[in-house]
Design a protein. Structure first.
Length: 424
């Protein structure tokens, strides 16, 4: 027997490459829409079948230890090195291949026919693996067949959800207890992975990365989405370009979701009040803004936070007016002339009175509702203005920033509304 003779599978692979070469040589000008769609669907099925064949080979490669041919530590590492897929992907694909070949006949058959994609197969294997050893083999077989059947109508994302509840379908008597145990196990694992890292880039920004449990992620996203709703974001975009536009379409927000959520995160931090946080060394989490008296009254000198960071004078005046921060105002000899009083902030009854009177943001053309607005002093508090209903008004978050931005001019219209225009 000639041990150097090629396995017939090598001929199959060669013929596939030959047929693909023929396909690339074909012109597509005469291919109509219906035929194009049908060809795409059939090629996807063919790709699934090729992936299933490769999966069988990967399982075989693990059995014969193909890694020994190069000295790689595992089949997955050999696969990554030989094909340039990432090691993480290689490990997932080898793990799925071995499990399918050894345990899941229905899934293997579906892959052979092209009915299941590689992504769907990975989700099904993971879902079946999560069932645990205590689930009877007959129930596991039913679960496998059900998930393979669902693959005809659901993509990998939907299959992941169905996989978590598959026992409710094939074995309701044990499904509820299994899901409870699975969730508890995931929650314990998620709690151990909680992380948050932050770093300053030296150019005015802080970059961060976090990992949190799924429940807290959903809560966090809901908080941000409440602030970053498309309607509200459109109002902010208008203000960022000067005056609000009466004709703007407030149902469309051109900014990407990540930008809207980022702005919402910033606003959420500003809305957090000291009373909502635990004390730290008896002083809570109060942030103190230190500024010269000239800055408070319109000067150009920067201000400092007690954290050591510097902020622009316009930002300092805005925060002193609206946020639950304490401004420490220094005279020419750096003596403390005034420590901000919470009386600078409008009380809840005063805010309610302004909500009833103003009905929302008082910037011209802005229709942000009252619960999206902040209380603003017509006579700046930093210049001795009184914290009163008569000399106060509601402005949405973005227009309130513009009102304290020295690059904008503020005009009071006959209607009582404010109009903002950028200085030349």
């Amino acid at each position: 027997m000639n041990e150097t003779a090629l396995h017939p599978l090598a001929g199959v692979v060669a013929r596939v490459h030959g047929d693909l070469d023929d396909g690339f040589e074909l012109g597509l000008l005469t291919l109509g829409p219906a035929e194009t769609g049908a060809a795409i669907v059939e090629l996807e099925r063919a790709a699934n079948r090729l992936a299933a064949l490769q999966s069988r080979l990967l399982a075989h490669a693990a059995a014969v230890r193909v890694e020994d041919t190069t000295g790689a530590p595992s089949t997955a590492v050999w696969f990554a090195n030989a094909t340039r897929v990432t090691r993480a992907e290689a490990h997932r694909r080898v793990r799925t291949a071995v499990a399918t070949e050894e345990r899941y006949d229905a899934l293997a058959a579906a892959g052979t026919s092209g009915a299941v994609s590689p992504g769907q197969a990975e989700v099904i294997v993971r879902a079946l693996g999560d069932l645990g050893d205590e689930v009877e083999s007959a129930v596991r077989v039913d679960a496998e067949r059900a998930l393979v059947g669902f693959a005809a109508e659901h993509d990998a994302k939907d299959l992941r959800v169905l996989g978590r509840r598959i026992l409710d379908i094939v074995a309701p008597a044990v499904g509820e207890a299994h899901e409870a145990e699975l969730l508890a196990r995931e929650e314990r694992g998620a709690a151990a992975k909680v992380r948050l890292t932050m770093r300053e880039d030296g150019h005015g920004c802080v970059h961060g990365k976090f990992t949190m449990p799924e429940m807290h992620g959903a809560m966090f996203a809901k908080m941000l989405d409440a602030i970053a709703s498309p309607r509200r974001s459109h109002l902010r975009n208008d203000a960022a370009h000067g005056a609000a536009d009466d004709t703007a379409d407030d149902t469309v927000d051109a900014r990407p979701a990540w930008e809207r959520r980022g702005q919402a995160f910033v606003e959420l931090i500003e809305r957090m009040r000291d009373a909502d946080l635990p004390d730290a060394a008896g002083a809570g989490a109060t942030v103190v803004i230190t500024m010269q008296v000239d800055t408070l009254t319109g000067g150009l000198a920067a201000a400092s936070l007690d954290t050591g960071h510097r902020i622009s004078p316009g930002e300092a005046r805005r925060l002193a007016c609206s946020a639950d921060l304490v401004p420490a105002v220094l005279g020419t000899k750096s003596e403390v002339l005034d420590l901000g009083r919470t009386a600078r902030l409008h009380s809840k009854p005063q805010r309610i009175a302004m909500m009833l009177r103003d009905g929302g943001c008082t910037a011209d053309g802005c229709d942000a509702p009252p619960h999206w607005c902040e209380a603003h002093h017509d006579d700046p508090w930093s210049r001795g203005g009184r914290t009163s209903v008569e000399r106060g008004r509601l402005l949405c978050w973005r227009h309130h920033r513009v009102a304290h931005d020295p690059t904008y001019l503020t005009e009071t219209l006959g209607t009582g509304k404010l109009r903002f225009t950028r200085r030349n």
